[in-house]
Ligand binder design. Structure first.
Ligand code: MRU
Length: 349
């Protein structure tokens, strides 16, 4: 018999990040789905490495982890020297900021924590409250975006998503996958997930997460997306974001741009779901967004890594989708249809 229905936990059982008092507990996403392993990090340096190595990944989760990293750094620096800790912690903030370049949530969270350091008292206790609030607010934002996005999906029978944007990528529930969770509860029939080469966030993480929460999903190769769209089985493509420029251009996992082009060609709708912490008001358009390039070894087989080989690989792990290809940006503060610099500005606090 299934457990009694609880709307707070139904279709949402996974948590990638947990504060455990003296450390940040991280579910190692490199090992999923084969192995469920947690690792505790008790220093900012450790948290930066967890982000760099992609034990924790996904824009909101990176921001939350960094906030806890600042808490750990503050405790250590304060213990070392209660008079100079606010200066010493600068290097920890820099190290966290250097862990990955594209997800703006990282810099947003560090900025929030920096302000508390600068304006708060000499005890670092307020920083833990702030990190916990960033974590809880993210889950609340995801729940709200889930409701708003699901309303847009009324009447749709199938959706396609890319990468992993669920509980693993956020504080919990997820952005695009949160919308899919809410829409599933409201009767959505078919969820397709792209495998998301080369790191396979879709094939490994999204499928694992949906399996945990008993939401049926069907995996496709990235290269099958246009063919799926042509079949008429999906009406919406729903993705998350790592950084949304002030004009609505959106950086997200590599392959997102192709999906947007294909969606427009086939008359499908394209939805970006992200909390307002993902909007970078300082960046006017997508052209100015730093796109991370990772090691060619993520793509190139060992055979070609031998000395003397003349072939190589180019591995950009994000791309930018122009606002003109996006039908809706869903945030916790509301939905912006046909985003542009003018209408996105309405979300500014
Ligand atoms: O390289 P990753 O796995 O950190 O990339 C993740 C994505 O591109 C997600 O789509 C994005 O961060 C939104 S997650 C809610």
């Amino acid at each position: 018999m299934p457990d009694q229905f609880n709307p707070q936990t139904a279709h949402d059982s996974v948590r990638a990040l947990q504060w455990v008092g003296e450390a940040l507990r991280v579910l190692d996403q490199r090992k999923l789905p084969g192995s469920i392993e947690y690792e505790d990090f008790d220093s900012a340096c450790g948290v930066a490495e967890a982000i760099r190595s992609m034990r924790v990944r996904g824009a909101p989760a990176i921001g939350i982890a960094a906030a806890y990293g600042v808490v750990l750094a503050a405790r250590k620096r304060h213990e070392q020297n209660p008079d100079t800790w606010k200066t010493l912690i600068g290097q920890d903030l820099d190290r966290l900021a250097a862990s990955r370049p594209t997800a703006v949530n990282l810099f947003w969270a560090l900025e929030r924590m920096r302000k508390i350091i600068d304006t708060g008292g000499n005890e670092p206790a307020a920083l833990l409250a702030a990190a916990l609030a960033i974590h809880e607010d993210d889950i609340a934002a995801n729940r709200r975006m889930g409701e708003l996005g699901a309303q847009l999906l009324k009447g749709a029978s199938g959706v396609l998503t890319h990468c992993n944007t669920g509980s693993l990528a956020t504080g919990g529930y997820g952005t695009a996958l949160g919308v899919i969770r809410s829409a599933w509860a409201a009767g959505l029939k078919q969820v397709y997930a792209c495998e998301t080469r080369p790191w396979l966030q879709g094939a490994r993480l999204t499928l694992w997460e949906l399996d945990q929460d008993r939401i049926p999903a069907r995996l496709i190769a990235d290269s099958a997306a246009a063919w799926l769209m042509r079949s008429g089985k999906v009406q919406w493509v729903i993705v998350g974001a790592d950084r949304i420029a002030a004009n609505g251009d959106t950086a997200n996992k590599i392959g997102t741009y192709s999906h947007a082009v294909n969606a427009r060609h086939h008359g499908l709708k394209f939805m970006v779901v992200a909390p307002t912490s993902t909007i970078d008001w300082e960046t006017p358009s997508g052209e100015a967004i730093a796109i991370e390039e990772r090691d060619h070894k993520e793509l190139l087989s060992d055979h070609f890594l031998r000395p003397g080989s003349v072939v190589d690989a180019w591995n950009p792990v994000f791309d930018t989708t122009p606002a003109g290809l996006i039908d809706a940006i869903v945030t916790e503060r509301g939905v912006v249809l046909n985003p542009s610099a003018a209408n996105l500005r309405e979300l500014k606090a």
